[in-house]
Structure formats: C-alpha cells, structure tokens
Design a protein around this ligand. Structure first.
Ligand SMILES: NC(=O)c1ccc[n+]([C@@H]2O[C@H](COP(=O)([O-])OP(=O)(O)OC[C@H]3O[C@@H](n4cnc5c(N)ncnc54)[C@H](O)[C@@H]3O)[C@@H](O)[C@H]2O)c1
Length: 245
C-alpha cells in the first residue's frame, strides 16, 4: 500500500540532493508532486515521474516569484496537502568575517522562504483541515559548529517558526515538524565536509558515518503520513546520535 495515495506535495530544492531523494520517495509512495527549484533541471525531474507531476523554476529568494508559483500550483493541481521546505544554502565563513550580504542571503533562502511557502499554503490547508509542513533544518540548529554562524542561526530560526505553526495550525488538522540531519552525503554536504575535516566529523558520530539523502526522505515521508498525525512541533534528529553528547 502506498503511503501518500494521491496527496499533493510541494517539495522545494527538488532538483538535487535531499530534495531529489524526497521527490523519488514521494513519487514511489503515490504522491502527486509540485517540485520547485531555481535550476531548470527540476522540469526534467518532474517529467520523469509522469504527467501528473509538475516542475516550477523559481528563485526562493524572490517573494513575488514564490507567490506566483504557489498561485500556479493551486491552478494546476487544485490544492496542497504537504509542504516540504527543503531548499537551503550553506556559506561557511568565520563569524568575524561574514559580510552582511552573505548573512542576509542565508536568512532569505533558509528562513524567510520556508515562512513564505508556509504562508502561501496556509489558506489551502486551513480550508481542507488537513496539512503537513515538514522543514529540513540541521544539527547546526541545536549545536554550534565552527564557521556556521549564519547557517546555524537560520536553521535555529526554523525550529522557532515550526513551533509557532504547530501551535497555531494544529487545531485545524495541520502539523508542522522539522527534521535535523547531521552531514548528508549530497553535493552540498560533500563540499563542506571534504577531506580530513570530514574524517574527524565522521569519527565523532556514534554511528561513525554521515547520513544518506534517502534516509532523510524516509523520515520526512513518515512525518507526511497519516501515521504521524500526533507528531506536531517535533524536531526529529537524523544525526546518528551526534548531538546527544
Ligand atoms: N547536505 C547536508 O550535509 C545537510 C545537512 C543538514 C541539513 N541539510 C539541509 O538539507 C537541505 C538540502 O540540502 P542538500 O544537501 O540536498 O543541498 P544541495 O545543494 O545538494 O541541493 C539544494 C537544492 O536547493 C536548490 N536551491 C538552492 N537555493 C535555491 C533558491 N534560492 N531557490 C530555489 N532553489 C534553490 C538548489 O538548486 C538545489 O537543487 C538544505 O536545507 C540543507 O541546509 C543538508
């Protein structure tokens, strides 16, 4: 039996990495997908899953573009049941050297865009009295990591946002949760954690390895499913036990 059974799911950052694994997992489970990315390869990804699915080339830094995309999704697919806020960027810089523009860009993509996407789906989810909002945060939301100040602050902000959505929209059949992975072996993860730095980080994780994109996708799938109806405002750590120490 498929777990999503025709549910309409928006996934941001779906052209690569965790977002691509999410799209593959959700398609396998019978979801109808609206895939958003700034890269136009998202169109080919959506087409690969068949004619029921759609791709949207959108820069999530642009508020007007986000609003226009969600209007198109409403027109194309009628509603949204599941929103997965996955797209994100990581610019790694020592705190004392972070340019203001770099800080602002990180907040714009990692924190403001998930809020704008959640606000865009709110009328649909509130009307149908059913919704799932799952946001990909990070272990950096709960522990300090060298040179991650802007990234870490943006990811911690997502936990605060999610807590408030969970409280405000929970009474209306909508749950909001985060998943917080350790390093995931995507292009972004491999770029930041290459070489000896990565070896050291791996050795410190109790499971002695980084996460795979598919492992994140399976956790998000659970939170999107009917089975997780009582999970609301949670931050599910996918970190091999890295942050318990
Ligand atoms: N890889 C890791 O180690 C790791 C660990 C913890 C959390 N995360 C989080 O998981 C999420 C996905 O990361 P990933 O490793 O798959 O990254 P990735 O760089 O491999 O893929 C990110 C996708 O998001 C898209 N994107 C980026 N900025 C965008 C924008 N402005 N508008 C539209 N699309 C945009 C990119 O085009 C790309 O397709 C991010 O939020 C990241 O912070 C990643």
């Amino acid at each position: 039996m498929q777990k999503l059974n025709g549910k309409i799911a928006v996934i941001t950052g779906a052209a690569a990495g965790i977002g691509l694994a999410l799209a593959e997992t959700f398609a396998r489970e019978g979801g109808r997908l609206a895939l958003i990315d700034r890269s136009d390869t998202v169109l080919a990804v959506a087409a690969r899953f068949g004619p029921d699915h759609r791709g949207y080339v959108t820069d999530l830094g642009d508020e007007a573009a986000i609003e226009a995309t969600f209007a198109r999704i409403g027109a194309d697919l009628t509603t949204v049941h599941i929103l997965v806020n996955n797209a994100g960027i990581a610019i790694i810089t020592p705190a004392e050297s972070i340019p203001t523009a770099e800080w602002d860009l990180t907040m714009r993509i990692n924190l403001r865009a998930p809020f704008l996407c959640a606000r865009a789906v709110a009328p649909l989810m509130l009307r149908q009295k059913w919704g799932r909002i799952i946001t990909v945060s990070s272990q950096a939301a709960v522990i300090g990591i060298e040179h991650h100040a802007s990234y870490s602050a943006s990811k911690a902000g997502l936990l605060g946002l999610t807590n408030c959505l969970a409280i405000e929209w929970g009474p209306h059949g909508i749950t909001a949760n985060c998943v917080s992975p350790t390093v995931v072996e995507t292009e972004l993860g491999k770029a930041v954690w290459a070489g000896e730095k990565g070896e050291r980080a791996r050795a410190e994780i109790p499971t002695r390895r980084f996460a795979q994109p598919e492992e994140v996708a399976e956790a998000v799938l659970y939170l999107a499913s009917d089975a997780a109806a009582m999970v609301n405002g949670a931050n599910l750590m996918l970190d091999g036990g890295n942050t318990i120490r």
